[in-house]
Design a protein around this ligand. Structure first.
Ligand SMILES: Nc1nc2c(c(=O)[nH]1)N[C@H]1C(S)=C(S)[C@@H](COP(=O)(O)OP(=O)(O)OC[C@H]3O[C@@H](n4cnc5c(=O)[nH]c(N)nc54)[C@H](O)[C@@H]3O)O[C@H]1N2
Ligand SMILES: Nc1nc2c(c(=O)[nH]1)N[C@H]1C(S)=C(S)[C@@H](COP(=O)(O)OP(=O)(O)OC[C@H]3O[C@@H](n4cnc5c(=O)[nH]c(N)nc54)[C@H](O)[C@@H]3O)O[C@H]1N2
Ligand SMILES: [Mo]
Length: 895
């Protein structure tokens, strides 16, 4: 990078091209007040507090570009006086509390450093406030109209919820909708709270006034968010063993000083009175508190009895994508070493198992192909069946920012939500018709000569078969199948086909289907046809993986057919690597997948099931049948934070620690390992899943080795060469490291396949799978198609987000219904309805909106009591058994 050389107060300095004078002055170690400036934002130059002299002229440093050869003065008496006057003038309009003794705000700090005393604040106040929102309170008297909150909301979050209103000295921030904060478009990312320099916008309660710039004095733990797979770096502020605030880390590699309503605010669950604090054991039909020894003794005896009665395969475990890598490693080791079965799976089965299978088949490895940083450089984004604005908000915000700066955007989603509202082309396929849609796009790439012939010749296979198949997918036929107009198909294919560096990002709208793996593979075809994967001519195919550690749970081998690092259990070489480390034979036939576990339990073949951090009775499909399976299984053990629907069906419930209470690592959606560190201890007798698995093994007379999480990751690296270069020690030093990372002295690979694909012949494989219809179609009895998915304020089963302020932000599971259907089925907005499918019924509150197309309805599954997963069917991806959560035929009835 070419730098700029200039002088600050007589000393020479280099700054990067494009830097401001403020950045140059700060790089020289000089602090200037800069009340309207935040390095996450574009400069405003409105507060005039960062005044310097550049080549003889007084200038606001934040808006003045650093120029080569400039002579910058900051320290002369007149400049100091000017800055002091500017700050004093701002402070004078505020009431005295703005500068009171221990006020942690940036303004109070600046005033103290300039020798401006509290008496400078002489405003009378009386402008009132807004405390309608659970997490964001506004004190208008402290607003200096610097606009940082407005810019944060627009530039970083992309929500545009805030504006400045009033004139002159009365200018103040307000929600753009004009009403209360609670009724505004605010999605509570916390950005405004974090940037506000005066405390006008604060998080109420003990976090009052804390921001990522002002918290330094407090006790801090750096960790990785335990909600979704984005992997935001967070700084947890604690006092007296309790979490006071969770702040975005300014240098977080993925979040870059941003966060969302979950990571930032949804930690109230930690101290919920409903938190489990003692083991529970079922006696005479009731769960009763017992000591750990008794609970673990019962588990050990029950597991042994199950093995005695039905052999090792009569036992199964569902491991948790919420838990750490080290815990997942230990769970699968427990099953393989202590029990002797491959019956272990994780919620990737319900989520992105088609990604793992599809991407492996197309490219060779199971993760996304490129890093988010690369994806962000794309000039055309194809976002398919993903709603990152709600489900991965920090990624959604980064992608939106890219689009607002000019990247083209094609969204394929039946619903008009999130990024679709900003798309150049919004394709709205009928749910379950993706394969036809992708073939339609591929057909146009081929017929319009928008493919990369050299790449197809040298680095791919399968073109003749695909070309032949694509004859059947001309735009008009694809339009018939998908409902997407042919002109939109052509426009989308041209945007993707003509872009210089296109990227594909996708979600569950691709995977959670009867033909989810075919969907992933036919989507990957587009990148292969364009040569936009493994090259510098594009940024690949990237699943927005869901849970904080779903990538890691699978990486660690919590899967019935794969060992840590994706060695197949059927492959003698992979088994012998594991056997060399574990010292026991590894069973060679694949174990049961989650749905097969339930079927085996109902058939009486599964005699013990250990469910670790998945609320299968709420979140697995066809929930009535899941409950039957648990009731039929002689021993059900459940590690949980709360008495979940599943825990209620268990024989033993073990209280465990959550992400803010434990040590280890997570792998985020773009394959980065990051550290997780305990900020607070688990409550009362709760223990980490790591300790619980160890203790259960001990109760069965086995020492699992690897006594600490750091040891477990090190051991995993010996079983799985792709992780051999990783260690806690290295992660502590370097932060985020992507896998593959076979070597401790080399960085991991953020972008895959730059030289060859990881398939046996090193080539990417085009797939020629025909479109097949979804498992359910609407008919006279069930005329509507139900799509299920996520809302921004809650997380999956809602066990954590329903226990805190997020409940006020989104109090129920709503059913979105098009206005035409509301008329046709005679339901009012806000009415309670019963929704019925062939499998069960749920009760929801209707919300009439044009977000869904006529004939389609949408709801979330965040409130187990509403019973949404009693509706969903047991249809599942034909390759991976991932449930078809996105297509269920339903009808609405009166309550
Ligand atoms: N707030 C919040 N964030 C979350 C979660 C949460 O529960 N709440 N859960 C986390 C988890 S586990 C996951 S896996 C991720 C999921 O993140 P996403 O995959 O983004 O989530 P969904 O809302 O389930 O589905 C995405 C979109 O697929 C669309 N869709 C449905 N059917 C089709 C189809 O046939 N074709 C196409 N093209 N699109 C379709 C839906 O309309 C929906 O907008 O989110 C993670 N983040
Ligand atoms: N209808 C419908 N259903 C769906 C989906 C859909 O789109 N539509 N999506 C599916 C998808 S993608 C997923 S990933 C699943 C998610 O489904 P689940 O995995 O069941 O959902 P979560 O609420 O994330 O977490 C499960 C439980 O783990 C507990 N927990 C949290 N942290 C820990 C921990 O560290 N250790 C232990 N032992 N427990 C912990 C929580 O209290 C919670 O009860 O839902 C699926 N269900
Ligand atoms: Mo998921």
């Amino acid at each position: 990078m070419t730098g700029i050389k200039l002088e600050v107060d007589g000393a020479a300095h280099d700054v990067p091209e494009g830097a401001s004078l403020l950045a140059a002055v700060r790089a020289a170690g000089i602090e200037l007040p800069a009340l309207c400036s935040d390095d996450r934002l574009s400069p405003a130059g409105s507060c005039r507090t960062c005044l310097v002299r550049a080549d003889g002229q007084i200038a606001a440093a934040c808006v003045t570009p650093a120029a080569s050869g400039a002579q910058v003065e900051t320290a002369t008496d007149d400049l100091q006086q000017l800055r002091r006057d500017a700050v004093e003038l701002i402070a004078s309009a505020l009431p005295p509390r703005a500068l009171a003794g221990d006020n942690p705000s940036e303004l109070a700090h600046v005033c103290r450093s300039l020798g401006i005393g509290p008496e400078a604040a002489q405003g009378v106040g009386g402008r009132g406030g807004d405390d309608s929102h659970p997490y964001v309170h506004l004190d208008r008297d402290l607003c200096i109209a610097c606009g940082r909150c407005v810019r944060m909301c627009a530039e970083v979050q992309g929500t545009f919820a805030l504006t400045l209103v009033g004139r002159g000295a009365d200018t103040v921030v307000a929600p753009g909708t004009g009403g209360s904060w609670a009724d505004s478009d605010c999605v509570a990312c916390g950005g405004c709270v974090d940037t506000c320099p005066t405390g006008a916008i604060i998080e109420p309660g003990p976090a009052r006034g804390l921001t990522s710039a002002s918290h330094q004095a407090a006790s801090l733990t750096r960790t990785t968010c335990g909600y979704c797979g984005v992997g935001c770096s967070l700084e947890v502020v604690t006092r007296d063993g309790e979490v006071t605030a969770v702040l975005p880390a300014r240098d977080g590699p993925v979040n870059q000083g941003h966060a969302c309503v979950k990571g930032r605010f949804a930690h109230g669950y930690l101290t919920s009175p409903e938190r489990l604090t003692r083991p529970l054991l079922r006696r005479d039909g009731h769960l009763e508190p017992v000591g750990w020894d008794e609970a673990l003794g019962h588990v050990a005896r029950g597991l042994r009895a199950a093995v005695d009665a039905g052999g090792p395969d009569a036992v199964a475990a569902i491991s948790s994508a919420r838990a750490t890598n080290e815990e997942n490693y230990l769970v699968q080791k427990f099953m393989r070493v202590v029990i002797g079965t491959n019956n272990v799976d994780n919620c990737s089965r319900l989520c992105h198992s088609p990604s793992a299978a599809g991407l492996t088949a197309s490219f060779g490895l199971s993760g996304g192909t490129d890093s988010l940083d690369d994806v962000e450089r794309a000039d055309c984004l194809l976002v398919v069946g993903a709603n990152p604005v709600e489900a991965h908000p920090v990624v959604g915000a980064r992608l939106l920012r890219r689009v607002l700066h000019g990247a083209k955007l094609v969204v394929a989603d039946p619903r008009a939500v999130g990024l679709a509202l900003h798309a150049d082309v919004h394709l709205r396929p009928r749910p379950g018709t993706n394969v036809a849609l992708f073939h339609g796009l591929a057909h146009i790439l081929l017929t319009e000569g928008l493919t990369d012939e050299e790449f197809l010749r040298d680095r791919a296979t399968g073109l003749p078969e695909l070309t032949e198949l694509l004859d059947d997918y001309p735009p008009h036929r694809v339009a018939d199948i998908t409902g997407v107009p042919a002109s939109d198909l052509i426009a989308a294919a041209r945007l993707y086909g003509r872009a210089r560096r296109p990227a594909i990002v996708y979600g569950l709208g691709v995977t959670e289907h009867l033909h989810g793996t075919d969907g992933v593979r036919s989507l990957a075809n587009l990148a292969i046809l364009r040569g936009a994967v493994g090259t510098d001519r594009g940024h690949g195919v990237n699943p927005l993986r869901g849970q904080n550690n779903v990538q890691g749970a699978s990486d660690m081998g919590a899967l019935p057919d794969l060992l840590p690092g994706y060695g197949k259990v059927t492959d003698p070489a992979a088994r012998s690597r594991a056997e060399a480390v574990w010292g026991v034979p590894v069973p060679e036939h694949p174990g049961l997948r989650i749905p097969d576990m339930f079927a085996a339990a109902r058939a009486g073949d599964l005699r013990a099931l250990w469910v670790i951090g998945e609320d299968v009775c709420a979140t697995d499909p066809d929930a009535n049948r899941v409950a039957q399976a648990l009731d039929a299984c002689p021993l059900v053990v459940c590690n949980e934070l709360f008495l979940s629907e599943t825990a209620r069906h268990a024989d033993v419930v073990l209280p465990v620690a959550s992400w803010l209470e434990k040590d280890g690592t997570f792998v985020n959606f773009d394959r980065r390992f990051q550290r997780v560190r305990p900020a607070v201890p688990p409550p009362a007798e709760a223990r980490t899943d790591f300790d619980v698995i160890h203790a259960a093994a001990s109760a069965m007379g086995v020492d699992l080795g690897c006594p600490t999480p750091a040891d477990a990751l090190a051991e995993c690296g010996r079983v799985a060469p792709v992780f051999a270069g990783l260690s806690h020690h290295r992660l502590d030093r370097e932060g985020a490291i992507p896998w593959p990372c076979p070597n401790p002295d080399r960085p991991g690979e953020a972008k895959l396949y730059t030289e060859r694909f990881a398939t046996p012949d090193g080539r990417a494989r085009l797939a020629a799978a025909p479109y097949l219809p979804p498992g359910e179609q609407p008919d006279d009895d069930y005329p509507l198609i139900l799509v299920t998915g996520r809302r921004w304020a809650h997380y999956n089963s809602g066990s954590m987000t329903r226990r805190g302020g997020n409940l006020a932000l989104d109090p129920v599971d709503f059913l979105d219904l098009h206005p035409d259907d509301a008329v046709r089925y005679d339901v009012q907005d806000g009415a309670q309805v019963t929704v019925e499918s062939r499998h069960g019924r749920a009760r929801l509150i209707t919300r009439v909106s044009e977000q869904t197309a006529p004939g389609q309805v949408f709801c979330s599954f965040h409130f187990p009591a509403s019973g949404v997963n009693r509706l969903t069917s047991d249809h599942a991806d034909t390759v991976t058994s991932c449930p078809e959560y996105k297509v269920t035929a339903v009808r609405v009835a009166a309550p």
